[in-house]
Structures are given as C-alpha cells and as structure tokens.
Design a protein around this ligand. Structure first.
Ligand code: DON
Length: 298
C-alpha cells in the first residue's frame, strides 16, 4: 500500500514557508501502527524523524486542559470548526467575541499554549516534553532547534495573530515568550512510531497501553479526539471524516497522528502536502487503510 501511494507524492509540495522544512525529500512516505495490545506494524520510510508542527496542538491542548481545566481553556478558545486555512487571520478580526474558533488553528493553538503551567518558557517546554515522553514511551524525543529557529525567524503571520489576541486580552503575558514556546513545541521531533504510540494512548481513552496508567483523564482524551475529528485536518476535516473517518491531526512537516478508538494508534509521515497543508500520500494511504480494515468511527 505504501508503494502504491508513494506515487501520489509528486502531486504535492513540501512546505517551505518555514525554510528549514523545505529541505526534505518529498517522495518519503511511511506508516506505523500500534495496536492496543502493543503489536507494532510498520512500512515505508518510518525511521526518518520529522517535527510535529501542528500535531503538537493536540498535546498542548491536553496539557493545558489538565493544568487549567475546561473553563479556563474554553474562555480563550472556541470549539467550532472553521472553513478557513490554519493560519488565517480573518475571523479574529471579524468575530465577536474576538477569540479563536478552535485549538487546532494557529491562533487557537497559540492561545492554548499560553495556558501551559510553568515559571519560564523552558519550564513549560520541559513539562510538555515530559508529557510527550510519557505518552510515546520515548524519552529521547527532543526539539529540532534548527527548525524551531527557522520558524522563529520567519513567523510574521503567527506574530500578527498573537498581537491581535494580545490587543483583545485573549493572550496575557509576553507575546515573544508565548511564541517561543509555540515554535519549540512545533519543533518537537518524532518518528511515525512515536505518533502511533501517542495515538494508541488516545485510542485507549488516555490510558498507557502497557501499564494501564491513566496518562490523561478520559474526558481530556475525548475532547482531543473530538477536535481531531472536527478540526484536525483543517479546512479538509469534513472531507477527511467522510473518506477516512479516523480522528486525526496533521502537521505541515507531513506527519499525521491518528487514533482509532479502542483499536490502535497510527503515525504517518509524507512531507509532500496538498494545498490545505495535509500530506498527499499520507491522506490517501490512510483512506485505503481505513477502507480495507473498516476503521471509520462513523
Ligand atoms: O504555526 C505554523 O505555521 C507551524 N508551526 C505549524 C502549522 C501546521 O503544521 C499547520 N499544518 N498543517
């Protein structure tokens, strides 16, 4: 299946608005699956690490919900999907109240990240990394500083979003500190297997599949999966829900995190993207996998 879908990779393009991301081979495609009884199946280019980018939004949301609770989080961010691109500023200007529509678009994610507990940017990043280590079972996961720096130097649109939100009191505290944390979280580097293991925890209602330890409350795992369904693939989430039907979150590096409730976690990597910012090969591969094994939740 990976070989079949690899051919589609030439139809998309690698993201290069973060210059460091533009250096990746667009023909790569890999998938890892981790079942809830711990079995791992992998195919294609699975050893190549990539940065989480927007996939980190799910994990920052889970941590912020655990740190601050639903009332505080949903005071700064909404719960509704948007038909706009992930980095759009338009709704921030025209909506009343002026808060981002959901935590999966950039504005909403920046607002959520600002709620993670910790004294300094490093403390907060350390807590997020620790959480990612626990969910994936991989303590070696760290930030790709080159990618994070590359985004830091070129993130004019994200800075504009942050300034809008600061003006309206959605963001409190230092904008540069909040953005520094956001760029670092986007730069957390993982493999397909790391994502598959994280997906398995979400699929298992927040419980570690080996130890049974509750890594996040059940309701937090459910909120994350719900946003993955409604907003996880940006303004292609409806189409993805119809064709694939798996709660999933994509990132502009070409990664996709998937969670099939009570069955398995999936991690996909294919850096060639469609015009909405989703992996071309990854989405079509997931569609085939879902159809073949009947994984749609609907
Ligand atoms: O904020 C950004 O632009 C990136 N760090 C993350 C965006 C992203 O992954 C959107 N994905 N499809």
């Amino acid at each position: 299946m990976v070989e079949e879908h690899q051919m589609l990779c030439c139809e998309g393009e690698v993201a290069d608005y973060i210059p460091e991301l533009g250096k990746v081979d667009p023909s790569l495609l890999g998938v890892s699956v981790c079942t809830l009884d711990g079995e791992v199946v992998e195919a294609g280019d699975t050893s190549r690490p990539f940065t989480m980018q927007s996939i980190s939004k799910v994990l920052a949301l889970a941590l912020a919900l655990m740190d601050r609770g639903e009332d505080v989080v949903f005071d700064v961010v909404g719960m509704e999907p948007t038909g706009d691109p992930f980095n759009s500023i338009i709704k921030l200007e025209t909506m009343n109240p002026r808060k981002p529509l959901n935590p999966m678009i950039n504005a909403g994610a920046i607002a959520v990240t600002s709620l993670i507990n910790g004294q300094t940017v490093n403390d907060k990043l350390g807590r997020l990394l620790q959480f990612v280590h626990e969910l994936s079972g991989n303590t070696k996961i760290s930030v790709n500083e080159k990618v994070a720096r590359s985004e830091h130097e070129t993130a004019h649109l994200n800075r504009a979003l942050a300034h809008f939100m600061k003006e309206d009191g959605v963001l409190t505290g230092s904008i540069e500190d909040i953005l520094a944390l956001y760029f670092q979280q986007c730069g957390i580097e993982v493999t397909c297997l790391d994502l598959a293991r994280i997906g398995a925890v979400l699929a298992n209602e927040g419980k570690d599949i080996a130890s049974g330890r509750q890594m996040m409350p059940v309701h937090v795992a459910r909120i994350c999966k719900t946003f993955m369904v409604t907003c996880g693939m940006y303004n292609a989430s409806g189409e993805f829900a119809i064709h694939v039907g798996i709660p999933a979150k994509s990132g502009v590096s070409g990664g996709i995190l998937g969670a099939v409730p009570f069955q398995l976690g999936i991690g996909v990597f294919g850096p060639s993207l469609d015009e909405k910012g989703n992996s071309v090969g990854g989405v079509s591969l997931l569609e085939s996998i879902s159809k073949r094994w009947d994984f749609s939740i609907f």
